[in-house]
Design a protein around this ligand. Structure first.
Ligand SMILES: [Zn+2]
Length: 624
């Protein structure tokens, strides 16, 4: 059935009402509630009626023309006896289509905003195989083609994809919704000397033919389709983890990720076996617009986490955690995105806690809480986009990407943990991952599962959690938990001393991690003077720091205070980093003053080509 928000609310009241009764009643509710299916408004495909079982791709990557071309063959099951298969495409040229080996007349609809064009393929009752010959277009949103100068080595071109949320359709005709899963095989032809990698079983070295074969035998949704092609080396960490990077980065990357094998073990100890075989990482060239992407078997990540001291690896804990929340149990639609990201943030911090201890994890929670507060203030505390369940119908699916699904989502889960006790909550999560493995779930079905398996009609508990305020209410609910403050209290004390005039050299910063330094800078007032900036820089050398999180905070402060000695390093940073989390706040800070505006325009004109099309699109709007 198709649900709208009023039905959600009605269903929720029903669930909560039943929570006030006894457990027997709530079992009946669950049977009703588990039937809820919500239409995914971001796919034009009809894969909910015609099953897409397997994809076989045979494609060629052409760097000269910046084009992928070839064929995609779908094995289908037309069990509902339809006469038309609809697939998603975006800016693809479809050359010809064959059904069971016979050429058919397929029709591409006119494009719809945010969605692309539906490809209509006539099928029959017994149709089992559909082959589409196609090529990608100039505006393929998933593809970033890097010229040699945009890579680390500056010698060879590089290509990588970013398919989440709805961009897979720009490099293959598919059913592009998170609720549709299939297995795939691929044959990829690339220029000689280059290595191709996918979200699948991967080669470890370059071969002479330039042809690579891939197999993903576990069903995944289209947003987890991934491809990278370039001059790439591999180094093992242990027998199931390893790292890929450009040759000039491989040793640094191998050093940074030394502890990832242990992270996989820690994650398994928490919530059950890692089910994907190998866990490898690919460090991309600097233009990668996001921190990391959890492509199965091969996390794609930004080089900005290579700090030289392993201080930013919690990002890997996050991408690894997605191997359970997201890749194994997947949000049904982008309206349920918090089920992917909130669970993953929670899981990430549990992994970090088991490796680094509670006081360390508490700092991650606190930094996350601060991000949540900032984001709620930016969006407005009554904005419906601050609900966990959001409504993206008719909107860009990426409008749902904010700190809300991550931070409000993870804090909601922490609240449940605190109220039911960790042991019970862990057992619940383990069972949840197990019972929903390789399946899709929406918010309503999660809530009824939560009710049936954890709340079990306990009305006092239901009242304490106040689920509706979290899921269908704006802002930060009053019962939002806060983390312990053992390590940050010490930082705040030093911050206070500095602001009262203690010279930086006399502050006690012994043993501070990247988190403590972030807190130290985040808590500096906007009114900080050039002289104070100079003092801090003289002692702590922030302008030259290799840690991207700290550098970014420092450069934003430098722009605000007009601290010019940091500008050259800031320009280098903007010219060598493409991660949106870093570059967007820096340009935004510059745009706030007349002088800064000129600087922003000049630097953006110089470095725009280094940035990903998605980063360009948002910065184009800001910098004018
Ligand atoms: Zn994530």
């Amino acid at each position: 059935m198709i649900m709208n928000k009023y039905i959600y609310t009605a269903l929720l009241s029903f669930i909560l009402l039943s929570a006030c009764k006894n457990a027997t009643t709530s079992t009946t509710v669950v049977a009703t509630a588990t039937d809820t299916v919500e239409k995914d408004m971001h796919t034009l495909s009809n894969a909910d009626s015609i099953t897409l079982k397997h994809l076989d791709m045979d494609i060629k990557v052409d760097f000269d023309q910046k084009k992928i071309s070839g064929k995609a063959t779908w094995t289908i099951d037309n069990n509902n006896k339809l006469n038309n298969l609809k697939l998603d495409t975006y800016d693809l040229t479809v050359d010809s289509v064959f059904v069971n080996g016979k050429k058919v007349n397929a029709i591409l609809d006119s494009p719809i905003k945010y969605m692309g064009s539906a490809l209509n393929i006539p099928v029959e009752v017994g149709s089992t195989e559909v082959t589409i010959f196609y090529k990608t277009g100039k505006n393929a949103t998933a593809l970033q083609w890097l010229d040699p100068q945009q890579t680390h080595a500056k010698k060879y071109p590089f290509l990588y994809t970013q398919s989440e949320s709805v961009y897979a359709r720009s490099w293959l005709p598919c059913a592009d919704g998170p609720g549709i899963r299939y297995t795939y095989t691929a044959r990829v032809s690339v220029p000689k000397g280059a290595l191709a990698l996918m979200s699948a079983e991967n080669p470890k070295q370059v071969n002479d033919s330039g042809i690579y074969h891939f197999k993903m035998d576990l069903p995944i949704p289209a947003y987890l389709m991934a491809l990278a092609v370039g001059h790439i080396d591999f180094k093992a960490i242990d027998n199931r983890t390893g790292v890929y990077a450009e040759p000039g980065m491989i040793d640094k990357a191998r050093y940074e990720f030394d502890g990832v094998g242990k992270m996989v073990n820690a994650a398994e100890k928490l919530y059950g076996p890692y089910r994907w075989g190998r866990y490898d990482m690919l460090v991309l060239p600097p233009g990668f617009p996001i921190g990391g992407m959890e492509n199965p078997r091969l996390t794609f990540c930004t080089p900005t986490i290579i700090a030289g001291d392993r201080s930013l690896v919690s990002l890997i804990a996050h991408e690894l955690a997605h191997s359970w929340s997201g890749n194994l149990v997947t949000n049904a639609t982008w309206n349920d995105f918090w089920l992917n990201e909130g669970f993953t943030d929670y899981f990430e911090r549990r992994i970090m806690e088991s490796i680094e201890g509670k006081d360390y994890a508490d700092m991650l929670w606190e930094l996350g809480y601060q991000d949540l507060v900032t984001n709620v203030n930016e969006l407005g505390k009554d904005n419906k986009d601050t609900w966990l369940k959001i409504n993206l119908d008719g909107r860009d699916a990426d409008d749902g990407f904010s700190d809300i699904p991550y931070e409000k989502g993870s804090h909601f889960l922490k609240l449940i943990e605190i109220n039911v006790g960790r042991e019970k909550f862990d057992a619940f999560l383990k069972k949840y991952f197990d019972e929903h493995a390789f399946k899709t779930i929406n918010t309503e079905n999660f809530l009824s599962y939560l009710n049936a398996n954890l709340i079990k009609g306990d009305s006092t508990l239901a009242k304490k959690l106040d689920i509706s305020a979290w899921v269908y209410g704006p802002g930060i609910p009053a019962n939002c938990p806060r983390a312990g403050n053992v390590r940050f209290a010490k930082v705040d004390a030093q911050n206070g001393k500095f602001l009262k005039g203690t010279p930086p050299a006399q502050l006690d910063t012994t043993g501070w991690s990247s988190n403590e330094w972030q807190q130290f800078l985040r808590k500096m007032p906007d009114s900080i003077t050039r002289e104070q900036m100079k003092q801090l820089d003289g002692t702590f050398h922030f302008t030259q720091i290799g840690n991207s999180e700290i550098a970014d905070l420092w450069f934003v402060m430098a722009i605000r205070a007009g601290y010019e000695p940091a500008y050259t390093a800031m320009e280098q940073f903007l010219g060598s980093v493409g991660r949106r989390k870093f570059i967007e706040p820096l340009y935004a800070a510059m745009m706030k003053t007349p002088n800064g505006k000129e600087m922003a325009k000049r630097l953006y004109a110089k470095y725009r080509m280094n940035y990903h099309p998605l980063a360009q699109a948002s910065l184009d709007k800001e910098i004018k």
